[in-house]
Design a protein around this ligand. Structure first.
Ligand SMILES: NC(=O)c1ccc[n+]([C@@H]2O[C@H](COP(=O)([O-])OP(=O)(O)OC[C@H]3O[C@@H](n4cnc5c(N)ncnc54)[C@H](OP(=O)(O)O)[C@@H]3O)[C@@H](O)[C@H]2O)c1
Length: 271
């Protein structure tokens, strides 16, 4: 028995066991050398996928490479500046040469710069938007055209933030604007690429300790005011985000698209 949509035909015989498996899939995780991206890459490897990660410092992926070898998965760590089209194209060439295809793209490369709105200079604002928004489009477009659209299958997962939905007292003007754009990009792409059998979703996490925010979380007053606002009383863990990524990129979420999943301990439910 099959369930038909415009373009994708999904078997209704899916077994619950293995519904979250990524066996046989090839995934790219941008920012896969960073805190959240590397955990997502690890989870994907453990769920059976071959994985390519990219970042400015691919040598940071040594542990992932070791784990991939242990699990018998194919693994690539690619030096790529995702804000530069030529670099993105070169990365797609490398993936094609090694994997032959791609099924899943996780856009996790991102940055923040903290400045009050009144002092947020043009260059800083442009840098945040270029990485968090424009680069996400460059990678998505390149992978979509080359791999996902032709095979009428694919998962795009964007790492947004709770700051796409709620503001804060100061310093986040560019980051909030960029992540708000990521959410709407996600919804629009889901609308445009649904006909190709491609799901596009986003995860909006609250704070998880990584290089992007360790200096903030190390301030006890900041940490307390943050966790006081979170119903589950703690910040996120990398696994909280990686588990959601596995779900959204697996066949368990075959009928989920255009969604922004808050992984935030209830923060946005309360505010
Ligand atoms: N951590 C959190 O609390 C949190 C909460 C909500 C949302 N997020 C979002 O989650 C994503 C990942 O954040 P994170 O916490 O994992 O930060 P992170 O540890 O600082 O990682 C950032 C990643 O982006 C890569 N990157 C930076 N510029 C790049 C470029 N031009 N081209 C390619 N890669 C580039 C870095 O590569 P190299 O290090 O190799 O140069 C690194 O892999 C971001 O989009 C962030 O906004 C994080």
């Amino acid at each position: 028995m099959e369930v038909n949509s415009a373009a994708s035909v999904v078997s209704d015989e899916r077994e619950y066991a293995g519904l979250f498996s990524l066996a046989g899939r090839c995934a790219l995780v941008t920012g896969g050398t960073g805190g959240l991206g590397s955990e997502i890459a690890l989870a994907f490897l453990k769920q059976g996928a071959d994985v390519a990660v990219c970042g400015g410092h691919p040598e940071k992926a040594a542990d992932l490479r070791e784990e991939a070898a242990r699990l018998g998965r194919r693994f690539l760590a690619i030096r790529c500046d995702v804000t530069a089209e030529a670099s993105v194209d070169a990365m797609m060439e490398e993936i094609e040469a090694s994997f032959g295809t791609l099924d899943i793209v996780v856009n996790s490369a991102g940055m923040n710069r903290l400045l009050p709105a009144e002092d947020y200079d043009r260059a800083s604002f442009d840098r945040v938007m270029a990485l968090n928004v424009t680069a996400l489009h460059l990678v998505t477009r390149a992978a979509g055209k080359r791999f996902l659209i032709p095979k009428r299958y694919g998962k795009i997962l964007n790492i947004s933030s709770v700051k796409s939905l709620i503001g804060t007292d100061r310093d986040y003007i560019a980051y909030c604007a960029s992540k708000g754009a990521v959410n709407m990009y996600t919804k629009q792409l889901a609308c445009e690429w649904g006909k190709y059998g491609i799901n596009c979703n986003a995860i909006a996490p609250t704070f998880v300790r990584t290089a992007i925010n360790a200096f903030q979380l190390d301030d006890p007053a900041f940490y307390k005011s943050l966790t006081d606002r979170i119903p589950l009383g703690r910040i996120g863990q990398k696994k909280d985000v990686a588990a959601a990524a596995v779900y959204l990129c697996s066949d368990a979420a075959a009928f989920v698209t255009g969604q922004i999943l808050c992984v935030d301990g209830g923060l946005t439910a309360k505010q």
